[in-house]
Design a protein around this ligand. Sequence first.
Ligand SMILES: Nc1ncnc2c1ncn2[C@@H]1O[C@H](COP(=O)(O)OP(=O)(O)OP(=O)(O)O)[C@@H](O)[C@H]1O
Ligand SMILES: [Mg+2]
Length: 402
Amino acid sequence: MSASPAEAQGRRQAPAMDLDALIADPATRIVVCCGAGGVGKTTTSAALALAAAEAGRSVVVLTIDPARRLAQSLGLVELDNEPRRVDVPGIDGELHAMMLDMKRTFDDVVTAHSTPERAQQILDNPFYQALSSSFAGTQEYMAMEKLGQLRASDQWDLIIVDTPPSRSALDFLDAPNRMGRFLDGTMIRLLTAPSRTGFKFASAGFLFFSRIISKILGGQLLRDISAFVAALDTMFGGFRERATATFELLRRPGTWFVVVAAPEPDALREASYFVDRLSAEGMPLAGLVLNRTHPPATTALSATRAEGAAEEVAESGGETAALTAAALRVHAERMQQAAREQHLADRFTSAHPEVAVRTVPAAAGDVHDVDGLRGMAEALTGADDDTPTGTPRTRVLPARRG
Ligand SMILES: Nc1ncnc2c1ncn2[C@@H]1O[C@H](COP(=O)(O)OP(=O)(O)OP(=O)(O)O)[C@@H](O)[C@H]1O
Ligand SMILES: [Mg+2]
């Protein structure tokens, strides 16, 4: 293939992302959608799951906090923590969807790994109740736990995983470690040492430390923590092993990550960190979905020419002239916005030239029903150059000619 004009100028072109082939490939077993908060992870996950089911696969999508209307259209009216079949007429495969119930998942792990009596002790412990519903990272950890369960049940040939609305996309990958560190943490060990090792650490130093802690946290809470951790003690290994095993699952062939970002500096910075981290972890990246872009209706008329034409038309006077001038100005603005978005995408690509890119235009309204998901699925999986303006789906605007 000959170099494109942009390449000739030394500007790199992002490789095209073939999500269509990826989700249809029987070797693909897990797709994880990651990205900064609010960029479209949940919607992308649901749209990819629909596309995969349409391609004949039996797929389950694990969504996290889906918007209410999206949940409703997937038939997820209540949190039941188990996948439900979504009735989509005319698809070859099967689509199942579930919403993660973080607390239920945590409770299930506790119940599955301890005696009924001990499980009850843990479940009743106020510290456990706080931890299971609000500890930073619990949601990420439980999403991973649920993924492990779904994979182990081997009921679906593809699992698509949405990730929690964290500030940082990295939180998902950090969760198992953080949780492990917490459960294994020095403070917890110190706090529980007296009950576990017969006051081995009950030195003057420790007593002083524990008095301070109980002053800050309150004696009851300290007792709760000690009781909780003592009860969890038998499960330490269980938790850590499971987290490690699921983490390893993410490294196995057949798992792919899709990083979602909005065409905004912060989201793309997050995406950049995430891409670096994946490569450091040896985890395979399918590419970057640049979601909610604003490609213009036509690229034949530049912003400058549209502005100029708007002025000329406006000067000619009359009612239609005003309308035409307004339309031209809208086009000029849209071209400028698209240029800004393309500039951000180019910056990402010059930092990560190997990362495939797919742009997904902003739909007119929210994507909350099956039709909306179909539109998004088409944008995600359609042929790279099959667009009304001919601009490849890798880009917001065509590459500038040299
Ligand atoms: N291409 C699109 N066009 C129009 N609206 C979109 C598009 N993608 C996502 N949205 C809308 O943007 C909102 C946020 O999307 P979504 O919930 O998928 O983001 P998220 O990354 O999962 O957010 P969170 O981090 O809070 O979980 C939703 O209302 C969704 O309908
Ligand atoms: Mg979400």
